[in-house]
Ligand binder design. Structure first.
Ligand code: CP
Length: 320
């Protein structure tokens, strides 16, 4: 069966997940993003690659970084950007997701950027577009439930490659609420495909999916053991909005056992980098001294996110 993200020629048709994406496509996205970094950093103002195209941002869940950087990325490629305000749209009157999609497709959309609390919503839209003869419209998953957040995973890979040059030879630690994290899943699939030999997940048992080792990671329940000698530390937010029942004694207890402090960072390699997808809970998963300290590359991640999202949209439109 064909990968639903690729067209018959093996080119990117939709971006729904990093799982199953060939290494060549992942690398091509990162390579395509390289020159766009100049646009992200405003050394070059704008490019005409998406002139005449309409990009619809459909965010059914809150966002600061992803929604804004998609808008910036599309505008810097000269696309027309339409931000649907879900709270004032007909979705608030009970219109179904697919009816909303059909109506926006009738407005000659070229791309849908979709964030949704339900895992699988972007897949459903892509499938619906194919079934209704509208598969010229591209779907980009901007985060669905606890399933996937592929552009976050890709901008994280871009950040790692920027600071570490190569993936082979790295030891990467992912720390925190893996159970509820779409970011962690997208990171693990991308890191594995790009050849990172050692991926550690550091979390309490209650915040790990069962059989997580099957994803090719090593589990550590002790942060001191997990951080020893790592090149990259990827922090995760406690996803309180997706937790059911009491999975942790308290945020203070969590910080005591799993919070990233300068003392714990000293166990990593001296040139290790610290990443966080945001939004951060300071004093819960990360100490401010680390978040704002010399190892942190958290704000560069956001800028690289513009370049990576430009690359994804340019590749989908076939104009890179
Ligand atoms: N990293 C991330 O998805 O942040 P936002 O929720 O602000 O988009």
């Amino acid at each position: 069966m064909r990968n639903p993200q690729l067209n018959a020629k093996g080119e990117l048709q939709h971006l729904l997940t990093t799982e199953g994406l060939p290494r060549a496509i992942l690398t091509s996205i990162l390579d395509t993003a390289e020159p766009f970094t100049e646009v992200a950093e405003r050394e070059v103002k704008k490019l005409p690659l998406l002139r005449g195209k309409s990009v619809f941002n459909l965010f059914f869940e809150n966002s600061t970084r992803t929604r804004t950087t998609f808008e910036i990325a599309a505008k810097r490629l000269s696309a027309d950007v339409i931000n649907l305000n879900i709270n004032t749209s007909s979705a608030a009157k009970g219109e179904s997701l697919l009816d909303t999609v059909d109506n926006l497709a009738a407005m000659q959309a070229d791309m849908f950027v979709v964030r949704h609390a339900a895992s699988g919503a972007p897949h459903l839209i892509a499938e619906h577009l194919a079934n209704t003869g509208k598969d010229h419209i591209h779907v980009i998953n901007a985060g669905d439930g606890r399933h996937a957040h592929p552009t976050q995973g890709l901008l994280d890979m871009y950040t790692i490659r920027h600071y570490k040059r190569e993936f082979t030879g790295l030891t990467v630690a992912i720390v925190g609420d893996v159970l509820h994290s779409r970011v962690a899943r997208s990171q693990i699939h991308a890191l594995t495909t790009l050849g990172v030999p050692e991926i550690r997940v550091i979390a309490p048992k209650t915040l790990l999916p069962s059989c997580v080792e099957r994803l090719g990671v090593r589990v550590c329940h002790d942060i001191h053991e997990g951080l020893r000698g790592v090149d990259v530390v990827m922090m995760l937010r406690l996803q309180n909005e997706r937790m059911q029942g009491a999975l942790l004694p308290s945020p203070q207890e969590y910080f005591k056992s799993f919070g990233l402090t300068p003392e714990r960072m000293a166990l990593a390699k001296p040139d290790a980098i610290v990443m966080h997808p945001g939004p951060m809970n300071r004093g819960v998963e990360i100490d401010s001294a680390v978040a704002d300290g010399p190892h942190a590359v958290i704000l560069p991640q956001v800028t690289f996110g513009i370049a990576v999202r430009m690359a994804v949209m340019a590749m989908l439109a076939g104009v890179k």
